[in-house]
Design a protein around this ligand. Structure first.
Ligand code: HEM
Length: 475
């Protein structure tokens, strides 16, 4: 099955499974590609070459190989393929799927400096606090089990809405529905992504109609939001939300000296990035962490003890308390290790041919980094399948892209710029949920019955929503 011959002598493609005519290895992806590719990599090695339709694809499945590409060849591996749904829904203008180059560099710089910098994130502390408080109130008001999956998704949607658009509430349910459909579209199968030459055939499929419908709905929504901001500025000379994302981008639009002109499509592309990359991922992290705590009562007890000790008589934990919550932080890290919300990262594409470990990697190869497999590798992790937050209490492994055995946010120049935006919300919400309530499965179900199956669109979720019964905890 392996590509024959010695790689070192005459450069070869990395090994990979046998492919079928026309479809290549597409039939082997299955419903949970990170798992099927992980199994295949056990046979074929940490650099594995596949043909997905007519698209040459490299799968990277070890910390060592990840280090090799992110440290020694980062610029070659820093483009993205133009995937159909991402391109349409991101207006071909966002950061996350832009090809590597000047446009991406400029847009990412804007995002980092103007929207996701430490100072900006700090200014939104009040928004996060309010929204976590609102979440606690809705849990407290229910005498029935609560759907925590739904509540955490609303939480992160509300926070992102307020920060990005300067408003919340209103058509939030409608927006949630639109974004759910967007996530499905991004995880959907589009022929053109695997058979670029057969793209025209895809135009007649039902999923194409769904994509267009979703695009039009969201586009109308973004238009409304931009118009509101423009009108308000014209009426009042300024908007009341001086620093929401739309406002910052509208200000940049008027700057004639920018290397990249910011038009409405750029604003919409950035909004799409923030909504798509920033809402589901944070909610999934909270749900995986809570699910693991439910299955591991000792860890739950320890995390609750910690948050309640740090509370010091206040009603709610605040962000200033987070540095003291070392066990809770380890819980989140361990949840991100076992359940990375983007398990194959976002696909990359090579900008030119290069050689890795003697193997030839052609230009324009699609690259999937299997962060899930890497984080479960027994050569890097002791008892990799077990939920053991304690492993992070000693040592300094973090998820910032310097430790290649754990890459939930990716690494290198295309690594996630939203990490510092996501973590305070995830930690603050979890800390307060643990502080305020005792949690059990509904109807006296034993913890072994908690279904941990995964479902994947672009984000990896717990397939079944997490329903839990909460009882208020009083000191
Ligand atoms: C727990 C939460 C999150 C996780 C696990 C996560 C994970 C990821 C991953 C794995 C990538 C691909 C990295 C790579 O290719 O190396 C990525 C990219 C990205 N993320 Fe996140 N993310 C999260 C939250 C956010 C938030 C809150 C935002 C923005 C508000 C955001 C914005 C982006 C953007 C714009 C990119 C594309 C970067 C580029 O291509 O240059 N993410 N994220």
């Amino acid at each position: 099955l392996r590509n024959p011959g010695s790689a070192a002598e005459n450069k070869q493609l990395p090994p990979g499974p046998r492919k079928l005519p026309l479809i290549g290895n597409l039939h082997q992806l299955g419903k949970l590609p990170h798992r099927t590719l992980g199994r295949l990599a056990r046979h074929h090695g940490p650099l594995m070459f596949l043909q997905l339709g007519s698209t040459p694809t490299l799968v990277v499945s070890s910390a060592e190989m990840a280090k090799e590409i992110f440290k020694n060849h980062d610029s070659v591996f820093s483009s993205r393929p133009r995937l159909h749904a991402a391109n349409r829904l991101g207006y071909g203008s966002g950061v996350s799927f832009a090809p590597y180059g000047e446009y991406w560099r400029e847009m990412r710089k804007i995002m980092m400096l103007e929207l996701l910098s430490a100072e900006r994130v700090q200014t939104f502390e009040g928004v996060r606090f309010d929204e976590v408080k609102r979440l606690l109130r809705s849990v407290a008001m229910s005498s029935e089990p609560v759907d925590l999956s739904e509540l955490t998704l609303s939480l992160s949607n509300n926070v992102v809405c307020r920060i990005a658009l300067g408003r919340v509430g209103m058509e939030n349910n409608k927006l949630c529905e639109m974004l759910k459909e967007t996530q499905e579209m991004l995880g959907g199968f589009f022929l053109v992504d695997f058979f670029p030459r057969l793209g025209w055939l895809g135009k007649f499929t039902a999923i194409e109609d769904r994509l267009e419908r979703n695009f039009r709905e969201i586009d109308k929504f973004y238009d409304q939001v931009i118009e509101e901001h423009v009108n308000e500025r014209e009426r009042n000379g300024a908007t009341k939300h001086e620093h929401d994302v739309v406002d910052v981008l509208l200000q940049l639009q008027r700057d004639p000296n920018r290397p990249v002109a910011i038009g409405d499509d750029q604003i919409k592309g950035v909004l799409a990035d923030i909504f798509i990359a920033g809402t589901d991922t944070s909610a999934a992290t909270m749900i995986w962490a809570m699910s693991e705590l439910i299955r591991n009562p000792k860890a739950m007890e320890r995390a609750q003890e910690e948050v309640r000790q740090v509370l010091k008589g206040k009603e709610m934990l605040e962000e200033i308390d987070l540095p003291e919550l070392s066990y809770l932080k380890s819980v989140v890290k361990e949840a991100l290790r076992l359940h990375p919300p983007v398990p194959l990262l976002l696909p990359r594409e090579t900008t030119e041919a290069c050689t890795i470990q003697g193997f030839e990697i052609p230009a324009k190869t699609r690259v999937l980094v299997n962060a899930h497999s890497i984080a479960m590798d027994p050569t890097c992790w002791e008892n990799p399948n077990e939920f053991l937050p304690e492993r992070f209490l000693v040592g300094s492994i973090n998820f910032r892209g310097q430790h290649f055995e754990m890459l939930p946010f990716g690494a290198g120049r295309r690594g996630c710029p939203g990490l510092n935006f996501a973590m305070p919300l995830v930690e603050l919400a979890l800390a307060n949920l643990l502080r305020s309530f005792q949690w059990v499965l509904p109807h006296g179900l034993p913890i072994q019955d908690l279904n941990m199956e995964e479902a994947i669109g672009i984000t990896m979720h717990k397939r079944d929503h997490l329903w839990l019964k909460a009882t208020a905890f009083h000191h």
